[in-house]
Each structure stands twice: as C-alpha cells, then as structure tokens.
Design a protein around this ligand. Structure first.
Ligand code: F6P
Length: 350
C-alpha cells in the first residue's frame, strides 16, 4: 500500500507526535507499506514534492514541536481557480495523487485544510484527516491537538504577568490567539485567574470592562488582568460591515490605549503571539496525538475513507468529512464554560 502523509496550515505543538502515531500504526499493520511524506502541506501535493520515509524517521520526534514535513497555507478559495496552464490546484493534486499511485492520504490540519480534504475526497481521493489547531475550532471533535499546549503557554503568560501587575498596580491586557473563536482566551483566562475575558463570540461593552476594573480598585485590588482574543470586538465594532471589521487589528493595544486614556492607572498590553504555537506538546496533547494517529492508521488499514478522527468524551471516533467541512466550533454564550466563568466573578464585558 502507498500512503501519502501531509501537515497543512499553521503549525502547532504535536504535529510530529501525530505523524509518529500514524506511521507506527501503519508500519505495524503493514511492514511493506510505502509511506510518502508530502512536503509543506498541500503545496507538496500540488507541486509533487515528497520523500519516501522509513519507520526510523519517525523515531525520537514524539515531543518535538513543529513538523518534520513542513507546512504552508493554501487557501481553499484558490483551489479551483484556473491558472495560466488552464488547470487548477485541485486538479494538480488529483493528478499527482494518481500519478504516484497513492492508495490513501492522511491529511493533518485545521478548518481550511478540512474543506480542501473534503473536496479531494469528493473527487475520488481516499482521505483520512486529523484535526489540528491551537484554536480548537474544528467542528465535530471535543478537542483538537495543539490546543492544550497553547493554553498551557497562554496560562503561563497570564501567571507571569500577575507579579508585575501586582507590584506596579497596573492593568495588563494580554492578547491571545483566536481570530474567530475564544477557546484559548477563555480557558487560559480561567486557568490563569484573569479578571476580564473578552472573546469574539461575545462582543463587549467598554463601560462594563471599566466597571469591572474600578470595582476591583474599590475592593483594594490595585491591579487587573484582561485576557482578550485576537478577534474580540466591542459591541459597536461588531455592528460594522465585514470589510471594516476585518481591518481592525491589534485589539489588545487598541483596548489598552483607550483604557489608559480613561482610567487613572497605568495600562500595558502584551502579545505572546506565535509563542503560543511553539515548543513541546504537553503530555495531554501527546496522548491525544498518539491516539488520533493510531485511529487514523486503523481507518486507512480498514479502508474507511472520507472520515476525520475526533475525540468525543473519552473515545476516538470517525466523523464523515461531510459533517465537518466548512463548519466552525464556536463557544456558545449559553455554555456551561461561560456560566462558570461568570460564577467565578470574571467579567465578560457584558
Ligand atoms: O493556527 C491558528 C492561528 O494560530 C490563529 O489563531 C492565528 O490568528 C493565526 O493562526 C495566525 O497564523 P499565521 O501568522 O501563521 O498566519
């Protein structure tokens, strides 16, 4: 059997652990397997760049961050656009899939990656996918791998900034990743003891953020920590047309600037940025990656294609790509997680 393996989209912790899990399982089942590492995600499939890999290349990479295959972003909306050679990226991928005689592809990526994987599957490629992203926004799985590691990093930032905030009596605004969803910000915010948490799913009222800080000051708590997601918006910003909304950048700095003009207190913003995607995966992620990899290998072996592996409760299951592609897993404002944050006295700016 010939299987192609690729990692696509933004990197995150655990990609190598997943690759190892898939390779170990497949070589275990089929010692004569031909495994092809496709380079830089879909770019390698489009341009037919890959290398044949043996079991030894997947040794010693369980805890290594990044991806040994490389990755790239290949927007879904460009997949069927005709190029100068009167072909498109989808056709080039399908043609290379056939030319190389692949029997299956194991595709590891986030939302955009899943839309393209579904397209490949609808056009005859045998595909199994694994949900990756620090954002945790892939529909159909309780967790994506990378999320736990990113929450660990983000929580560390909130923890560490507490000492400076307390010593100087400052307000710190910590901007965390998540353009469309607030999973990292909400979870790290609760875990790190943030006083205010602002997420894209719940547009906030600036006056209520100020009230929360002033209330703390009245209680003699002279510092406050605000965790804000990259995609968080005020109620007024959320009403803007999409084009104008998309032009809004640096929500952490924006908020810090306004607060420093309105509060009689030092306000600073910090942005850990891509550090949230870097370094070793946590043990929770390594376990999830290893189980995802094993399940993906099993689905390939059994010929159960057109599926994404997913965590539901304590089980790893297969979910049809048609149920996943094009959907986003957002935080419901009515969820228990939101309710618990509020019970803990955290302001959500509403
Ligand atoms: O991996 C998802 C994500 O981390 C988003 O939260 C973030 O907005 C985006 O990637 C930024 O990635 P890059 O700068 O690599 O395009």
């Amino acid at each position: 059997m010939k299987v192609g393996l690729l990692t696509s989209g933004g990197d995150c912790q655990g990609l190598n652990a997943v690759l190892r899990g898939v390779a170990k399982t497949l070589f275990g089942y089929m010692p004569n397997l031909e495994l092809y590492g496709i380079l830089d995600g879909y770019r390698g499939l489009i341009e037919n760049e890959w290398r044949k890999m043996g079991p030894g290349e997947f040794s010693g990479i369980l805890r290594q961050g990044g991806t040994i295959l490389g990755t790239s972003r290949q927007p879904f909306k460009e997949m069927q656009t005709l190029n100068e050679n009167n072909t498109n990226k989808l056709d080039m991928m399908l043609s290379n899939y056939k030319k190389n005689g692949f029997d299956a592809l194991v595709i590891i990526g986030g939302n955009g990656t899943h839309k393209t994987a579904h397209l490949l599957s609808q056009n005859g490629a045998n595909v199994v996918t694994i949900p990756k992203t620090i954002d945790n926004d892939v529909y159909g799985t309780d967790l994506t791998f990378g999320f736990d590691s990113a929450v660990e990093k983000a929580t560390y930032v909130i923890d560490a900034i507490h000492t400076t905030a307390a010593s100087h009596g400052r307000v710190f605004v910590v901007e965390l990743m998540g353009h469309k969803v607030g999973w990292i910000t909400l979870c790290a915010g609760i875990a790190g003891g943030a006083d205010v948490i602002l997420i894209p799913e719940i547009p906030y009222n600036l006056e209520h953020v100020m009230d929360a800080i002033e209330e703390r000051n009245k209680q003699g708590k002279k510092f406050s920590i605000i965790a804000i997601a990259e995609g968080a918006l005020t109620k007024e910003e959320a009403e803007l047309p999409k084009k104008e909304r998309n032009m809004l950048i640096e929500p952490g700095n924006r908020l810090a600037k306004i607060l420093s003009q309105r509060l009689n207190q030092d306000v600073r913003a910090i942005v850990p940025g891509h550090l949230q995607r870097g370094g070793d995966p946590t043990s929770t992620d390594r376990l999830l990656c290893s189980r995802f990899g094993a399940m993906a290998g099993e689905l390939v072996k059994k010929g159960q294609f057109g599926n994404m592996v997913a965590l539901r409760g304590n089980e790893i299951i297969a979910v049809p790509l048609s149920e996943v592609a094009g959907k986003l897993k957002v935080i419901s404002p009515d969820s228990q997680l939101i309710k618990h944050a509020q019970l803990l006295g955290i302001s959500l700016g509403i």
